[in-house]
Each structure stands twice: as C-alpha cells, then as structure tokens.
Design a protein around this ligand. Structure first.
Ligand code: ATP
Ligand code: MG
Length: 365
C-alpha cells in the first residue's frame, strides 16, 4: 500500500482524520443559510474541511473562492468569477450573462494542468466598481435561481489589504440581503479577521457565526492512524501514536508529516520517532533562520525566554536576568510584535505557537 499520509496540500480520505463534529456543524449552518467565520492558526485544516463539506452537500450548490494572493478589488472579482464558473458544467450560460451584464470585462478560457479542469480568467479594461461586485453576485443568484448555495471565501483576510476604503462596505451591501445563500469566510490571520468581524465600526461586525477550528484530539488520531496501518497490514503501538501526537501537540500538519516520514520505518520505537523529529526540524531550519534573522535583539531574547520557561514565571527577575532583558516592559513590547506575527500566542501564558519552531529555538537556549 502506498503511503496514506501526505506532506503537502489539502487532504481528503484516507489522509483526512475525523473532524466529524466540525463537518456536521459546518454543514448544518450551510443548510440553514447562515454565514460562518471559520478561523484557526495556519495549517490546521480549514481548506481541507471546507472542501470536504462542500463536496458532500446534497441540496446546496457549492462555490469555492480562493482569495489567496489577491491584492485588489479586481483580483477579488476575478477570483469570484473563476469560482462561479464551475457552477454550471459548461458554464456557458454564466459566461454569456457576465459578458452581457458587465462591460469592459474580457473573459479568457484556460485549462488547469494540475487539477485537469477547465477554468476561466477575467480581466478588466477599466477600474472595477461596486456595481460590478453587485452584478457578479446577482448573476450567481440568477444562475442558481431558487437553489440554495454556499459561497466559501478562503483566505478572506486578504480583503483587508486591498487598500480600498469602501470595499468591505460594498461587499457587505451586496451580500447581506441574500436569502438561500450561506457565506463562509475562512482565514488564518486571526487578529485581522477578528478585527474585521468584532469591531463595531467595521462592515462585517456580527455578520457571521464564529467557528474557531481547533486541533484534532488524540483519540481521533489514534483511531485514524491505527486504521491506516491496519489497512496496509502493518501494526503500530498505540503508545507510539500518542508519543508522536504529543510531540506535535496535536497540530494536524505536523502529525500528518510525522506519520508520512515514519511510514517507511521498520521498527517504530523512540529511536525512530526521535530521528523523524530531527528530520522535520532540519527541514524547516532555513525557513526558521529567515524568521529569526528578521527579529530584533529583544524579540530574539523574548523568544528564548518563552522557549526556556514554557511561559511560566516569564517576568521573574531571575528569568529576565538569564536572558539579559532589562525590564518586564521590554518583554511585553517584544511579545506584542511576536504575537502579531503569530509566533507566540497567549492563552493565559505565552507560548511559542509552532511546536517545531519551539524545538528549534530551544536548541539555542
Ligand atoms: N482532517 C485532517 N486530518 C489529517 N490531517 C489534516 C487534516 N486537516 C489538515 N491536515 C493537515 O494539515 C495540512 C494543512 O491543511 P489545510 O491546507 O486544509 O489547512 P489550512 O488551515 O487551510 O492551512 P492554511 O492556513 O495554509 O490555509 C494538510 O496538508 C494536512 O497535512
Ligand atoms: Mg487554507
């Protein structure tokens, strides 16, 4: 049997572990035409979850819009048109409607060599405006008629960087009166997204049900890994699975990568697990060095302090002295930046968020 685990990309069965509860919850909100804000730290599985749920919907037409890398309103509209073009198998009706309704837009046809699916591109010969956003949404409603639809905007935090004062308001105006439509706003840059949806002055204030996506529980990992080993006629000790999951702190991406690398090991014991852990840290070290080099001296010291203490007694005189930090306020200032960059998070105590990064930093402590 080929390795059932993967290293990169969106996962589906058999590489997809459980998330039953989340799938049910998301599907229920979609069926009820509710808007959902789905957020988590990077690589927790938002895109995989969305696509899995969208694929399994029976009575709702799904539309997936990837906003990653879009930098302008034009980029948003293009991504929306691209996502909408798969609503109809030949998409000709939709494309004709776009051509008739939106002036100054040229459509091109392409073929995605990776997914092996046709796609369409769009470009404006003029500055796109709020009426264009509204027009595309109306066209989508026209094509789907009375059918329920769900429109998932992945990497929605990108819209905060478009540099347009009115875009969020225009978008809200276009979507707020839609019956029979559920919108999913998904993203990972927590502070940007929470600002967009929690700030009373922002257009998307209270526009969606918040659905934070957590890590996957150890018992779910145990069942999943045991099952995949079983299917391949191999065995693995439950203790070994628990050890790996604990080392990865239940982080979906790392657990997946860990088991991918472990798959070829003949004997799975502490030695093999240690070796895989080192390989994973080594593989990331160039990336971590780049992050490290971009930090100020105090931020580096603060990171070491958190790595060494695990967040406890952070401001004690002995700890500050150990890392040559002069005052607690220096640490607080450094932490603020590290939090904004999502390198540390604070849940009661500070901790380095990425377990592999923490292990890498610990090597210098
Ligand atoms: N349900 C799952 N079971 C097992 N592994 C998962 C699951 N969901 C995600 N992963 C792992 O996490 C990785 C990232 O998944 P995905 O791209 O869906 O996350 P994301 O939250 O959308 O990430 P990003 O923040 O980069 O957009 C996958 O490559 C996979 O290794
Ligand atoms: Mg994603």
């Amino acid at each position: 049997m080929k390795n059932p685990f993967v290293v990169t990309g969106v996962v589906d069965d058999p590489s997809f572990c459980n998330r039953q509860h989340e799938q049910t919850e998301l599907a229920r909100h979609i069926e009820n035409s509710q808007n959902i804000l789905l957020y988590s730290h990077r690589r927790y599985g938002k895109t995989s979850l969305i696509l899995k749920v969208l694929r399994n919907l029976r009575h709702v037409d799904p539309l997936y819009v990837d906003l990653y890398g879009t930098t302008s309103v034009e980029g948003f509209i293009k991504a929306l048109i691209k996502g909408a073009s798969i609503l109809e198998p030949k998409s000709s009706r939709f494309i004709n409607l776009i051509r008739e309704t939106i002036s100054g837009l040229s459509i091109s046809f392409g073929f995605d060599p990776i997914s092996q699916t046709p796609n369409i591109g769009a470009s404006f010969e003029r500055q796109p405006a709020a009426v264009d956003i509204e027009a595309v949404f109306q066209l989508i409603r026209k094509v789907t008629r009375e059918k329920k639809i769900v429109i998932a905007f992945d990497e929605f935090q990108e819209v905060a960087g478009y540099g347009s004062d009115t875009f969020e308001k225009d978008l809200r105006k276009s979507i707020q009166h839609h019956d029979n439509v559920s919108y999913i706003f998904a993203g990972s840059q927590r502070h940007i997204l929470t600002l967009m949806f929690n700030d009373t002055k922002r257009a998307f204030y209270q526009m969606a049900i918040h659905m934070p996506l957590d890590r996957i529980s150890t018992v779910d990992y145990v069942d999943w890994v045991k099952d995949l080993y079983g299917q391949a006629g191999k065995t693995i000790d439950e203790m070994a699975i628990r050890d790996v999951v604990a080392r990865c702190e239940n982080h979906p991406k790392y657990v997946q990568e860990f088991f991918y690398t472990l798959w070829s090991a003949r004997k799975i014991g502490t030695e093999a697990i240690n070796a895989v852990e080192n390989t994973i840290i080594e593989k990331r070290s160039v990336e971590f060095m780049n992050v490290w080099d971009s930090l100020s001296l105090n931020q580096k010291k603060a990171l070491k302090l958190v790595a060494a203490t695990g967040g406890a007694q952070l401001f004690s005189a002995a700890n500050l002295d150990r890392f040559k930090l002069k005052t607690a306020s220096q640490v607080v200032a450094a932490m603020k930046v590290l939090e904004q960059r999502e390198l540390v998070s604070k849940n009661g105590e500070y901790r380095i968020f990425d377990p592999v990064f923490r292990k890498w930093v610990k090597r210098f402590v």
